[in-house]
Design a protein around this ligand. Structure first.
Ligand SMILES: Nc1ncnc2c1ncn2[C@@H]1O[C@H](COP(=O)(O)OP(=O)(O)OP(=O)(O)O)[C@@H](O)[C@H]1O
Ligand SMILES: [Mg+2]
Length: 173
């Protein structure tokens, strides 16, 4: 089985929306500052904090939007979620991982496979895949307006940072 297909199959076996919902329910009770000490905290950027959730057969990353991101307003959030869902329909195309948006307890998160740092030598392959990915996104009326951050799972590279995904052109809303 191609590695990308295997990654998708394992992701959907591991992904249980109700488990993520209860994880978010626990997270909402503590401040963003305290969330950095939660076991499984993977890292953060300006807009998201990422947590590993143990699932079988593979660990998942739950990237939770910080208040600075979700407080941009309902319309902006709805546009971003719509863009993520459209990117999701391209999953398996180049560097687009299987992923989903989960909203619970007032928090918004993207769930995807937990990725490891790309091994040396992987960088060359990724260079050409980045071009393919931006073409695929562009055809769907999407643009990722950020330097793409790539990790890998089961040897399959994928972009982990989707905070700056936006709609463009005739499909923009
Ligand atoms: N799928 C994943 N697997 C492993 N670690 C991850 C994953 N997704 C995110 N991370 C970790 O969490 C960090 C923050 O996630 P992300 O880059 O999505 O946040 P961000 O706020 O959008 O960042 P930036 O400010 O750079 O745009 C990443 O730098 C990475 O270390
Ligand atoms: Mg980002």
């Amino acid at each position: 089985m191609p590695a990308g297909k295997q990654l998708r199959e394992m992701f959907y076996r591991a992904y249980d929306a109700s488990l993520i919902t209860s994880f978010l329910g626990r997270l909402v009770a503590i401040s963003e500052n305290e969330r950095r000490s939660v076991s499984g905290f993977l890292g953060e950027g300006i807009h998201f904090q990422s947590f590993e959730v143990e699932c079988s057969p593979m660990p998942l990353a739950v990237n939770v939007a910080k208040a600075s991101f979700s407080q941009r307003g309902e319309a902006a959030m709805a546009r971003w979620e719509d863009a993520i869902r459209r990117a999701r329909s391209l999953e398996g195309d180049s560097l687009i991982p299987p992923m989903d948006v989960v909203k619970a307890s007032g928090l918004t998160a993207i769930v995807m496979p937990k990725g490891n740092l790309v091994s040396q030598g992987g960088d060359r392959v990724i260079g050409s895949m980045l071009l393919e990915t931006s073409r695929a996104l562009g055809q769907a009326g999407l643009v990722l307006d950020d330097y793409p951050q790539v990790r890998e799972a089961l040897g399959v590279p994928f972009i982990v940072d989707w905070s700056d995904l936006t709609s463009i052109g005739k499909n923009a809303r």
